[in-house]
Design a protein around this ligand. Structure first.
Ligand code: UT7
Length: 326
């Protein structure tokens, strides 16, 4: 069977940096609390007139450039986001138009922080059907638009950004396997309650801040470590891979303590095998692992022949782990 791999990656982070010191001036919080509890020092915040599709397009253009391809070479566009420009049209359709791509299928997927892994897996599978040759997968989020800036237990965590990958046939390496999952019974642990058909937007929903992220952080924390470790096993075991065989883990960057606990469970050295950028960007939901993967490629941390595990977990609950040989 044809091997499908990543032909190019790109990322975009808004210029505006919001530091913990800035948050100290806005809320009852401290740099010390945020750093020790989460590992975050600063995060990027998109401009008011900068929507998710604007960030997505910038990341996508760089991914195409690195792949030495043009928008017309793309046969499929998937955008993973929980902060679309609007309900519909999909952000992927907006991106298609802004890029000047052909009238190829374009759609969003809503799986929160697992969006990059789901998107890559979906693109890999669709290309393997033979119907498409090259796909553009973008994970982009403007979480600052759905953050309650007076709620210290959530607003210190999130940031904005986008990462993109162009997928297509490769001679060597490529995606070796993926394991996806979901558990809707725990959906209420992380949600944005209003604005949909269950609770349409009203003056009351706005007054009650129901258009912002609600999270039961400490309950989620406990699930995160186990779910990410189980997802890693679900993808590595069938491939006969052990922790030692993995050269680098690109995890969803939710909390440094979750990631260190994950490394411990997997029996790998976090200093050597864990790619971390949470310090600079916070939690960008789907964009977190996309930006981390892109950075790891750009910085040379990922080398030819390396076995990479991308491992994510998020609202839904959803999770996904994917192995790629570079
Ligand atoms: O993206 C994928 C899904 N997300 C996750 O997986 C997130 C998982 N959860 C977490 O990362 C952590 O649970 C948090 C970082 C969200 C919170 O850390 P925690 O250690 O679980 O803290 P906590 O919620 O149990 O709160 C401990 C204390 C509380 O005070 P009391 O009740 O003990 O007096 C909070 O009010 O810390 C307080 N607190 C803060 N203090 C200063 C909560 N937020 C802040 C803050 N600054 N920003």
């Amino acid at each position: 069977m044809t091997k499908i791999g990543i032909l190019g990656v790109g990322k975009y982070l808004p210029e505006n940096v919001l530091t913990n010191a800035d948050l100290e001036k806005m809320l009852d919080t401290t740099d010390e609390w945020i750093v020790t509890r989460t590992g975050i020092k600063e995060r990027r915040i998109a401009a008011e007139n900068e929507a998710t599709s604007d960030m997505a397009v910038k990341a996508a253009k760089l991914a195409l450039k690195n792949a030495k391809l043009e928008p017309e070479d793309i046969d499929l566009i998937i955008v993973a986001t929980i902060t679309p420009d609007m309900f519909f049209p999909s952000t992927a359709c907006v991106v298609q138009q802004k890029l000047g791509a052909r009238k190829v299928p374009a759609f969003d997927i809503s799986v929160a922080c697992s969006g990059y892994v789901y998107g890559l897996t979906l693109a890999d599978s669709l290309i393997k059907t033979g119907g498409y040759k090259r796909a553009l997968v973008i994970a982009a989020e403007k979480l600052s638009a759905v953050t309650d800036w007076e709620e210290r237990s959530t607003c210190v965590l999130f940031g904005d950004g986008a990462g993109a990958a162009v997928l297509g046939p490769v001679e060597e390496g490529g995606i070796l396997g993926a394991a996806l999952g979901a558990d809707g019974s725990k959906g209420d642990l992380l949600q944005l309650p209003a604005g949909g058909s269950r609770m349409p937007a009203s003056i009351k929903t706005v007054e009650n801040k129901l258009h912002t992220i609600k999270m039961e952080g400490n309950v989620l924390f406990k699930h995160a470590v186990k779910i990410m470790a189980d997802a890693a096993l679900a993808v590595t075991e069938p491939l006969g891979l052990k922790g030692d065989d993995i050269d680098l883990i690109i995890p969803h960057q939710a909390n440094i303590r979750i990631l260190k606990a994950l490394a411990k469970r997997m029996g790998v050295d976090p200093e050597k095998k864990l790619y971390l950028n949470i310090e600079k960007y916070g939690n960008m939901s789907a964009a977190s692992s996309a930006v981390a993967f892109t950075e790891a490629v750009e910085s040379g941390r990922i080398k030819k022949g390396d076995i990479i595990l991308i491992d994510a977990f998020g609202g839904g609950l959803t999770w996904g782990a994917l192995i790629i040989k570079w």
